[in-house]
Design a protein around this ligand. Sequence first.
Ligand code: ASP
Length: 439
Amino acid sequence: MKNIVVAKFGGSSLADSAQFNKVKEIVLGDKKRKYIVPSAPGKRNKEDEKITDLLYLCHDRVQQNNSFDDAFNLIENRFLQLVKELNVGINIKEYLEEIKKNIAKGASADYTASRGEYLNGLILSDFLDYEFVDPAEIIFFRENGLFDEERTQKAVSERLLKIDKAVIPGFYGSMPNGNIKTFSRGGSDVTGSIIARGVSADIYENWTDVSGFLMADPRIVENPKNIKKITYRELRELSYMGATVLHEEAIFPVRKEGIPINIKNTNSPEDEGTFIINDLELLNNMSTITGVAGKKDFTVITIEKNMMNVEQGYCRKVLSVLEENNVSFEHMPSGVDTVSLVIAQSQLDGKLEKILMEVETKCNPDKIEVHPDMALVAVVGRGMLRTIGTSAKIFEALAKNDVNVRMISQGSSEINIIVGVENKDFENAVRAIYNAFSK
Ligand code: ASP
């Protein structure tokens, strides 16, 4: 134990001075919280705007030779109000003036967008009395725009381990020529993970506005249970299927070091939240499913051909048709004489007829069937590895609720079962499965 916690606070956790005060209480409440990674101020209410969105808007306006004064005024007012209400000593006006000048001169989108985190970091460091470390000095990208892991990890360790307490803004770093470069949207999660790995933290806390992951989408299932522990791998499966709380790439740096991520709620800090932990740690845990998630709007193309199983290269021919049409598929369940392609409907816009014709001519199938408007439901759980009867329970629940199962696919890792149902049955299917396992 190094007694180091890295805490990242998302935009809603730092949206106004009341939220800043909550953050201060959390940070000072545990001496181990030594390295703090803030996002830019987020929405204060549903109608509000995120500072990052406003910054991108300023950049767009300059590109179109339009005035960006109105958007910048909104940004300026937010920061001025924060500084005033928090009573911090930094001269925010000066910083804002310089940033405005740079944007007017045509500064890059990445530089412009990153200033939300930069300014918020300056304010937070003053407010907490932690040192400010500009990530442009320790987080690096290569010439080709990809993250430079090796150089970064070295710089992060060297710089931060000399400092007892620091605030490091999220979302950006720098290119070899010093220019600012951001991660993709939501990238402060990635920064937090990089910092946690660099200082070999005991835990990477990710503070947001929900108490962790839920077993199912609360818009579909009423009051779903919280997930207390989830492995990195299960999380990948669930987030791929639409459960989002964390940036997809945020788990990689800490996963390498086996540092757990704890998703916590700034507005309800006493809640335990969700722990994301190492894949191996819980193999003996026999809990059943961890979560259920899914997506609508897939098309399934089923191709039938007698003796397909002995014909060499048949699937390759089918897939080459997709490749030539720039279409990727999600799943490919197969039988002796059939193979199905599950494809997101958005991928097929205007291309379906052409693809079907090409499969006809190149693959000479006995039959092609197209089933549009399908949904996929993924049931995910490390417990399924060794628990007999999980799939029986899933299918019984679906049958009892009159859901017609059109396709089944089990991931080879055996931690997920994917069920294809019609779009209209999607919500019903998620509820049926959740109810079967949540008792
Ligand atoms: N502020 C950035 C965004 O809105 C990064 C982040 O919040 O993680 O995408």
